[in-house]
Design a protein around this ligand. Structure first.
Ligand code: NAD
Length: 263
């Protein structure tokens, strides 16, 4: 199926590894011109080279900490200069730290909301006028299955992502008349560095190898394995497609059946 995103311009945030890289890779494979960003230049350049080598399509790596407003401005400036105004924006960032609610200071809360909420609001503000003028756009927020079922010890994440979900649902209505869709993708457990601490715990407790620990971690999902970043990437690419133009304001879970609720 041709997704109709050949030559579309896509900014995928926090994309030197993990889920962001998976999404950037699939969008590039579908013919989009992709801008990737992360804080560490060496990892970012490796990721850009990896994607370009595999897809042959242009990839622009831009160093950017999405929690910093000026760096976000620079990210979109460089995108416009190199490729043009973004047609697709995938908001993503590293997850907040784990801990009990009583462990966190006001600064911790501010940092979590800056990174996982305000960065997305600021990014949307910087791309949405051009999308409105073009009468087409795709906004995707990578949140977490924690929006449906809060995860113990991840109170910062649970709260910030729920706020982002409410924001997304609200602007989906405002932007629908302009042909701009707004959706959240809710990953469950995926094999990325975000889960390495759990793998280390399993290795320590069970005395097994790292590969065995990854496999054991996967047995907690009904499908018996962890998600792969490129699977989330394929879902994101479909949501960006012309065929998905009637899907907006949704929170789409990608969790191997982990959430137990009906909806
Ligand atoms: P990851 O650690 O594998 O990758 C995170 C990426 O974000 C890296 O490229 C890193 O350089 C970049 N990054 C981190 N902070 C950044 C910042 N401030 N500015 C720019 N780039 C930044 O993590 P992941 O598994 O890909 O997770 C991505 C998001 O999805 C996180 O918010 C995570 O909490 C969430 N999530 C992940 C899972 C999972 O199982 N992996 C499940 C639910 C939610």
């Amino acid at each position: 199926m041709d997704l109709g995103i050949q030559d579309k311009i896509a900014v995928v945030q926090a994309s030197s590894k993990g889920l962001g890289l998976g999404v950037a890779h699939v969008l590039s494979a579908e013919g989009a011109k992709v801008v990737i960003c992360a804080r560490t230049v060496s990892e970012l350049n490796n990721a850009a080279a990896q994607i370009h080598e595999s897809t042959g399509n242009p990839v622009l790596p831009v160093q950017c900490d999405v929690s910093k407003h000026q760096q976000l401005q620079s990210l979109f400036r460089q995108c416009r200069k190199e490729f043009g105004d973004p047609d697709i924006l995938v908001c993503n960032a590293g997850g907040p730290p784990r801990g009990q609610f009583s462990d966190f200071s006001k600064d911790d809360w501010n940092q979590a909301f800056q990174t996982n909420f305000h960065s997305a609001v600021s990014s949307v503000n910087q791309v949405v006028e051009a999308m409105k003028t073009n009468g087409w756009g795709r906004l995707i927020f990578i949140t977490s299955m924690a929006v449906k079922q809060p995860i113990n010890s991840l109170v910062l994440s649970n709260a910030a992502r729920s706020a982002l979900t409410a924001y997304a649902k609200t602007i989906a209505n405002d932007l629908a008349p302009y042909g701009i869709t707004v959706n959240c993708l809710l990953p469950g457990p995926h094999r990325t560095s975000r889960l390495e601490h759990l793998v280390n715990d399993i290795m320590e407790d069970d005395g097994c190898s790292m590969e065995e620990a990854w496999e054991k971690l996967g047995t907690n999902t009904p499908l018996g394995r962890l998600g792969r970043p490129e699977e989330l990437g394929a879902l994101a690419a479909f949501i960006c497609s012309t065929q998905a133009g009637f899907i907006t304001g949704q929170s789409i879970v990608h969790d191997g059946g982990t959430i137990k609720g009906l909806l």
